[in-house]
Design a binder for this molecule. Structure first.
Ligand code: 5RP
Length: 211
Protein backbone atom coordinates (compact mmCIF):
# COMPACT_ATOMS: atom_id res chain seq x y z
CA UNK A 1 0.00 0.00 0.00
CA UNK A 2 1.15 3.56 -0.72
CA UNK A 3 2.45 5.23 2.49
CA UNK A 4 0.45 8.11 3.95
CA UNK A 5 1.92 11.59 4.46
CA UNK A 6 1.49 13.28 7.84
CA UNK A 7 2.45 16.84 8.69
CA UNK A 8 3.69 17.43 12.24
CA UNK A 9 2.58 20.84 13.45
CA UNK A 10 5.22 21.50 16.08
CA UNK A 11 4.54 25.21 15.89
CA UNK A 12 5.05 27.23 19.05
CA UNK A 13 1.74 29.07 18.82
CA UNK A 14 -1.77 28.17 17.76
CA UNK A 15 -1.96 31.03 15.27
CA UNK A 16 1.20 29.84 13.54
CA UNK A 17 -0.07 26.22 13.53
CA UNK A 18 -3.32 27.34 11.91
CA UNK A 19 -1.33 29.20 9.28
CA UNK A 20 0.69 26.03 8.48
CA UNK A 21 -2.45 23.88 8.56
CA UNK A 22 -4.25 26.15 6.13
CA UNK A 23 -1.40 25.83 3.65
CA UNK A 24 -0.66 22.12 4.08
CA UNK A 25 -3.81 20.48 5.43
CA UNK A 26 -5.48 19.55 2.16
CA UNK A 27 -2.32 18.10 0.62
CA UNK A 28 -1.46 15.67 3.44
CA UNK A 29 -3.34 12.58 4.64
CA UNK A 30 -2.90 13.08 8.40
CA UNK A 31 -2.61 16.32 10.39
CA UNK A 32 -0.67 16.14 13.64
CA UNK A 33 -0.99 18.49 16.57
CA UNK A 34 2.69 18.13 17.51
CA UNK A 35 4.00 17.59 21.02
CA UNK A 36 5.37 21.12 21.16
CA UNK A 37 2.02 22.57 20.06
CA UNK A 38 0.06 20.40 22.52
CA UNK A 39 2.34 21.51 25.37
CA UNK A 40 2.02 25.15 24.38
CA UNK A 41 -1.67 25.33 23.54
CA UNK A 42 -3.28 22.16 24.92
CA UNK A 43 -6.33 20.53 23.35
CA UNK A 44 -7.51 23.84 21.89
CA UNK A 45 -5.03 23.13 19.09
CA UNK A 46 -6.80 19.85 18.30
CA UNK A 47 -10.22 21.54 18.49
CA UNK A 48 -9.12 24.17 15.96
CA UNK A 49 -7.63 21.59 13.58
CA UNK A 50 -10.82 19.55 13.73
CA UNK A 51 -12.93 22.66 13.03
CA UNK A 52 -10.76 23.48 10.02
CA UNK A 53 -10.55 19.92 8.68
CA UNK A 54 -13.72 18.00 9.55
CA UNK A 55 -12.80 15.03 7.33
CA UNK A 56 -9.07 14.56 7.92
CA UNK A 57 -7.36 12.14 10.29
CA UNK A 58 -6.09 14.23 13.19
CA UNK A 59 -3.40 12.95 15.53
CA UNK A 60 -2.62 14.39 18.95
CA UNK A 61 1.08 13.74 19.58
CA UNK A 62 0.82 13.72 23.35
CA UNK A 63 3.59 11.10 23.85
CA UNK A 64 1.46 10.14 26.84
CA UNK A 65 3.25 8.31 29.67
CA UNK A 66 0.45 7.87 32.23
CA UNK A 67 -3.29 8.39 32.76
CA UNK A 68 -3.80 6.97 29.27
CA UNK A 69 -7.60 6.70 29.50
CA UNK A 70 -8.10 10.29 30.65
CA UNK A 71 -5.65 11.82 28.19
CA UNK A 72 -7.11 9.79 25.32
CA UNK A 73 -10.69 10.75 26.23
CA UNK A 74 -9.64 14.41 26.24
CA UNK A 75 -7.99 14.01 22.83
CA UNK A 76 -11.05 12.27 21.41
CA UNK A 77 -13.42 14.89 22.83
CA UNK A 78 -11.29 17.60 21.23
CA UNK A 79 -11.63 15.89 17.85
CA UNK A 80 -8.53 13.70 17.50
CA UNK A 81 -8.77 10.31 15.82
CA UNK A 82 -5.36 9.06 16.92
CA UNK A 83 -2.93 9.85 19.71
CA UNK A 84 0.54 8.76 20.74
CA UNK A 85 1.92 7.10 23.86
CA UNK A 86 5.58 6.84 24.72
CA UNK A 87 7.01 3.32 24.46
CA UNK A 88 7.97 3.28 28.14
CA UNK A 89 4.33 3.67 29.22
CA UNK A 90 2.91 0.59 30.92
CA UNK A 91 0.66 -1.85 29.10
CA UNK A 92 -2.37 -0.79 31.25
CA UNK A 93 -1.74 2.85 30.21
CA UNK A 94 -1.66 1.83 26.54
CA UNK A 95 -4.76 -0.37 26.82
CA UNK A 96 -6.72 2.36 28.60
CA UNK A 97 -5.80 4.89 25.91
CA UNK A 98 -6.58 2.51 23.03
CA UNK A 99 -10.15 2.09 24.36
CA UNK A 100 -10.87 5.80 23.93
CA UNK A 101 -9.40 6.74 20.53
CA UNK A 102 -9.78 5.28 17.03
CA UNK A 103 -6.14 4.24 17.04
CA UNK A 104 -3.02 4.61 19.13
CA UNK A 105 0.59 4.96 18.04
CA UNK A 106 3.50 3.87 20.23
CA UNK A 107 6.37 6.35 19.87
CA UNK A 108 9.71 4.56 19.97
CA UNK A 109 12.48 6.33 21.84
CA UNK A 110 15.39 4.96 23.85
CA UNK A 111 15.82 1.35 24.85
CA UNK A 112 12.73 -0.50 23.64
CA UNK A 113 13.08 -4.18 22.69
CA UNK A 114 11.24 -6.60 20.39
CA UNK A 115 10.01 -8.32 23.58
CA UNK A 116 8.26 -5.03 24.48
CA UNK A 117 6.89 -4.83 20.95
CA UNK A 118 5.45 -8.34 21.33
CA UNK A 119 3.63 -7.18 24.47
CA UNK A 120 2.20 -4.12 22.64
CA UNK A 121 0.95 -6.45 19.91
CA UNK A 122 -0.66 -8.76 22.46
CA UNK A 123 -2.31 -5.70 24.06
CA UNK A 124 -4.02 -4.93 20.74
CA UNK A 125 -1.78 -2.16 19.45
CA UNK A 126 -1.11 -2.12 15.73
CA UNK A 127 0.77 1.15 15.10
CA UNK A 128 4.29 2.18 16.07
CA UNK A 129 6.32 5.25 15.16
CA UNK A 130 10.04 4.75 14.62
CA UNK A 131 11.56 8.03 15.69
CA UNK A 132 14.94 9.66 15.24
CA UNK A 133 14.87 12.11 18.10
CA UNK A 134 15.41 15.77 17.29
CA UNK A 135 18.19 15.87 19.87
CA UNK A 136 19.92 12.78 18.43
CA UNK A 137 19.79 14.35 14.97
CA UNK A 138 21.26 17.56 16.37
CA UNK A 139 24.06 15.44 17.87
CA UNK A 140 24.90 14.19 14.36
CA UNK A 141 22.79 11.00 13.95
CA UNK A 142 21.44 10.24 10.47
CA UNK A 143 19.03 7.73 8.97
CA UNK A 144 20.91 4.55 8.09
CA UNK A 145 20.91 0.74 7.87
CA UNK A 146 20.59 0.29 11.63
CA UNK A 147 17.28 2.19 11.49
CA UNK A 148 16.00 0.42 8.37
CA UNK A 149 16.72 -2.98 9.95
CA UNK A 150 14.77 -2.06 13.09
CA UNK A 151 11.88 -0.68 11.03
CA UNK A 152 11.79 -3.87 8.93
CA UNK A 153 11.82 -5.98 12.11
CA UNK A 154 8.68 -4.19 13.32
CA UNK A 155 7.00 -4.53 9.91
CA UNK A 156 7.80 -8.25 9.98
CA UNK A 157 6.03 -8.47 13.36
CA UNK A 158 2.89 -7.14 11.64
CA UNK A 159 2.95 -3.53 12.86
CA UNK A 160 1.90 -0.53 10.77
CA UNK A 161 5.18 1.38 11.06
CA UNK A 162 5.43 5.14 10.61
CA UNK A 163 8.80 6.88 10.50
CA UNK A 164 9.77 10.37 11.56
CA UNK A 165 12.51 12.69 12.70
CA UNK A 166 14.36 15.08 10.41
CA UNK A 167 12.98 13.46 7.23
CA UNK A 168 13.62 15.24 3.97
CA UNK A 169 12.33 14.62 0.45
CA UNK A 170 15.62 12.92 -0.43
CA UNK A 171 15.30 10.53 2.55
CA UNK A 172 12.17 8.84 1.20
CA UNK A 173 13.98 6.64 -1.31
CA UNK A 174 15.97 5.02 1.52
CA UNK A 175 12.75 3.19 2.44
CA UNK A 176 12.06 1.88 -1.08
CA UNK A 177 10.68 -1.67 -1.00
CA UNK A 178 9.54 -1.31 2.62
CA UNK A 179 5.91 -1.33 3.69
CA UNK A 180 5.98 2.05 5.52
CA UNK A 181 2.58 3.10 6.85
CA UNK A 182 3.13 6.83 7.11
CA UNK A 183 5.91 9.38 6.64
CA UNK A 184 5.73 12.09 9.28
CA UNK A 185 7.44 15.38 8.47
CA UNK A 186 7.46 18.66 10.32
CA UNK A 187 10.16 21.21 9.61
CA UNK A 188 10.87 20.05 6.03
CA UNK A 189 7.27 20.83 5.09
CA UNK A 190 6.42 23.76 7.36
CA UNK A 191 9.66 25.66 6.83
CA UNK A 192 9.93 25.08 3.07
CA UNK A 193 10.00 28.18 0.90
CA UNK A 194 6.71 27.04 -0.61
CA UNK A 195 5.23 24.51 1.86
CA UNK A 196 2.30 23.42 -0.32
CA UNK A 197 4.52 22.85 -3.35
CA UNK A 198 6.94 20.90 -1.14
CA UNK A 199 4.13 18.69 0.24
CA UNK A 200 2.95 18.02 -3.31
CA UNK A 201 6.51 16.97 -4.21
CA UNK A 202 6.49 14.52 -1.26
CA UNK A 203 3.18 13.03 -2.42
CA UNK A 204 4.55 12.69 -5.97
CA UNK A 205 7.74 11.06 -4.69
CA UNK A 206 5.72 8.61 -2.57
CA UNK A 207 3.60 7.78 -5.63
CA UNK A 208 6.73 7.37 -7.77
CA UNK A 209 8.39 4.98 -5.32
CA UNK A 210 5.35 3.05 -4.04
CA UNK A 211 3.07 3.49 -7.04
C1 5RP B 1 9.19 15.61 17.85
C2 5RP B 1 8.21 15.01 16.89
C3 5RP B 1 8.11 15.62 15.55
O1 5RP B 1 6.77 15.95 15.33
C4 5RP B 1 8.57 14.72 14.43
O2 5RP B 1 9.87 14.24 14.69
C5 5RP B 1 8.60 15.44 13.08
O3 5RP B 1 9.36 16.59 13.16
P1 5RP B 1 10.56 16.99 12.18
O4 5RP B 1 10.21 16.44 10.80
O5 5RP B 1 10.56 18.48 12.23
O6 5RP B 1 11.80 16.35 12.70
O7 5RP B 1 7.51 14.09 17.20
O8 5RP B 1 9.07 15.01 19.09
Amino acid sequence: MKPLLQVALDNNTLSDAIKSANILGEVVDVIEAGTILCLQEGMEAVRCLRALFPNKIILADTKCADAGGTVAKNCKNAGANWMTVICSATIPTMKAALKEVDDLQVELYGDWTYEHAKQWKEAGLSQVVYHQSRDALLAGETWGKKDLDKVQGLIDMGFKVSVTGGLELETLKLFKGMDIYCFIAGRSLRDAENPREEANKWQEEIKRIWG
